[in-house]
Design a protein around this ligand. Structure first.
Ligand code: CP3
Length: 342
């Protein structure tokens, strides 16, 4: 197996900088759209043969150094007891949002092997087929809580913040239930064979640093502590470059960085004892091949002081992205980084 990605997670020397892309399986690939045209998104997540097929597509097409399980962060919410739907126009919808004690007390802590067996089946199929490491994942408790409390995506997260500030005990009970579910879910993924895990905190950046530390970080720390030393853990707190020192307190082996900060400044803030992952603006992939190459070179150079570097976008690849530009990006990372290996 190509273990360059795993070595970089651990901060070991590699022949070149490994690269993968968040949301690398998805609508920008015609091969994905072909599979997706036959089934809805949740059915795709719940059908191991198809989920495995679309997981492998970007590995073959882009030649990335890691695969990420095809699923969604909201999948384990359904067996907790909420009806989930992915609407083409509105994105995810969770019916009967969680707003009071009764709703929180009704939520189940899932047993992933029994409640989402298709995820573990997909992983078992993938580890037999892949020649690169497989990344498992979960949403972070705060990000999952926003979907559960708001009932979907949100602009100002008013209901989430109301619960945090008005009924902190209720908020804590909800977060504890989600945290237990996430730990069970990630452990089941590890048992099934994933080589690393990523915890997505997509909405961490809507919190002030003070509130992040109080209402989000302790739960992430508990999750990461549960897996420390078992498999590498990546923590990606999106839009959080103004509080990287607190993000580091998560204890993760690898920290995801978005594009709003120069990666060399991120490395200065974080120190040289943690691997960084990032941080190309996904929209650079709409530029020319020369622009892409130039920006890749800048990021490779900027990340040199880190313990390790995994190249990635600063957020998910966009559906309109030209596939050939994503391929050029991966080629540029491999070529430019092997000239001056870490
Ligand atoms: O990265 C990968 O290739 C693996 C698969 C993956 C998906 N979602 C597939 C998906 C992963 C890791 C996710 C994580 C996820 N899902 C996050 C965290 C990462 C981030 O983007 O911040 C979040 C916040 C979600 C919730 C979610 N899922 C939203 C808001 C949407 C609708 C918006 C959109 O992009 O369509 C989804 C749907 C979704 N998840 C799609 C895919 C491929 C599109 C579904 C389709 O085929 O129509």
């Amino acid at each position: 197996m190509n273990d360059t990605f795993l070595k970089a997670c651990q901060g070991k020397k590699t022949d070149y900088t490994p690269v993968w892309l968040m949301r690398q399986a998805g609508r920008y690939l015609p091969e994905y759209q072909k599979v997706r045209s036959k089934v809805d998104f949740l059915t795709l997540c719940k059908t191991p043969e198809l989920a495995a097929e679309v997981t492998i597509q970007p590995v073959d097409i882009l030649k990335v150094d890691a695969a990420i399980l095809f699923s969604d962060i909201l999948v384990p919410i359904e067996p907790m007891g909420m009806k989930l739907e992915f609407s083409e126009s509105k994105g995810p919808i969770l019916y009967d949002p969680i707003r009071n004690d009764i709703a929180v007390s009704k939520l189940r802590r899932i047993k992933a092997e029994d409640d989402v067996p298709f995820v573990m089946e997909t992983i078992r199929m993938l580890v037999k087929k892949l020649n690169v490491p497989l990344i498992g994942f979960s949403g972070a408790p705060f990000t999952l809580a926003t979907y559960m409390i708001e009932g979907g995506s949100s602009k100002n997260y008013v209901n989430t913040k109301k619960m945090m500030y008005q009924t902190p005990e209720l908020y804590a009970n909800l977060m504890e239930k989600i945290t237990d579910t996430v730990i069970n879910y990630l452990q089941a993924q590890i048992n099934a064979g994933v080589h690393a895990i990523q915890v997505f905190d997509s909405w961490a950046g809507i919190l002030s640093p003070f509130d992040f530390e109080k209402y989000a970080l302790p739960y992430v720390q508990k999750i990461i502590a549960a897996f420390k030393g078992k498999v590498p853990v990546i923590y990606f707190a999106f839009n959080a470059s103004a509080m990287l020192k607190k993000v580091k307190q998560s204890g993760a082996d690898v920290l995801g960085i978005d594009w709003r900060i120069d990666i060399s400044d991120a490395v200065s803030a974080l120190g040289n004892d943690v691997t960084v992952q990032g941080n190309l603006d996904p929209c650079i992939l709409f530029g020319t091949k020369d622009l892409i190459r130039d920006r890749v070179a800048g990021i490779l150079h900027g990340a040199k002081g880190a313990k390790g570097h995994i190249f990635n976008l600063g957020h998910g690849i966009l559906p309109e992205t030209p596939v050939e530009n994503a391929i050029s990006m991966v080629e540029a990372v491999h070529e430019l980084s092997s000239k001056n290996s870490r």
